[in-house]
Write a new protein. Sequence first.
Length: 233
Amino acid sequence: MSRFTTVYGDFSQRIQEVGVLRNKAAQFERSRESFTRGPEISALCRGAVVLLSSHIEAYVKELGEHTLDEIHARGVCRSHLSPQFFYHMSKQTIDQIREASRPETIATRVQGFVNHEAVFWSNLEPLPAPVPSEAFNKGFSNPTFKKVKSYFGRFGYRDYRRDLFRELGRDAQPTVNNLDQIVETRNSIAHGDPLATKTPAEILAMMNTARKFCRASDKVFADWCKTNLCPIR
């Protein structure tokens, strides 16, 4: 059995393009024209932060999608799935029903739920079809530690924080803090803050944080899935 999921392997490959931007910025920083190259260095580093945050978000979503596929492919009985799993599978439809006030609107939306989604809700037998990942992942973005923890909770994984901190040891809190800083910097850049930038050295540290966080998350989540749902690696 592989130590990591294929999703983490894909993440490790994609993060290299962040390194391309960082290396170019570092090259400019070391050049004789480093002062005049300042705007280019800043632009490259800002782009690297945005790309890195996007890759972390994509990793978490794709790990979830991979897990959904394995749950269906391996015929996991729905009795092993948590109540919140079913909720997030149909959250969009449930919210639409809750927001309606007119009886005919409520009835129409409930009928739509019964026709298209109720078949997934039995707590017996395996899922009749793959869970639509777009619906299940809806609402997850900007991958701070709190949001990643909440996302894994959709599968019923309640001890993620405990397991991650045990896996990372003394590096746990600094890693979580640095992850949140990546996302916060990305958000500042997206909102047009001209001062939200990092140096090439800081980008390298951010990349190391992303690798450490995703690698540890991959291990503890896959271990939990093997015990509680099915193998995913």
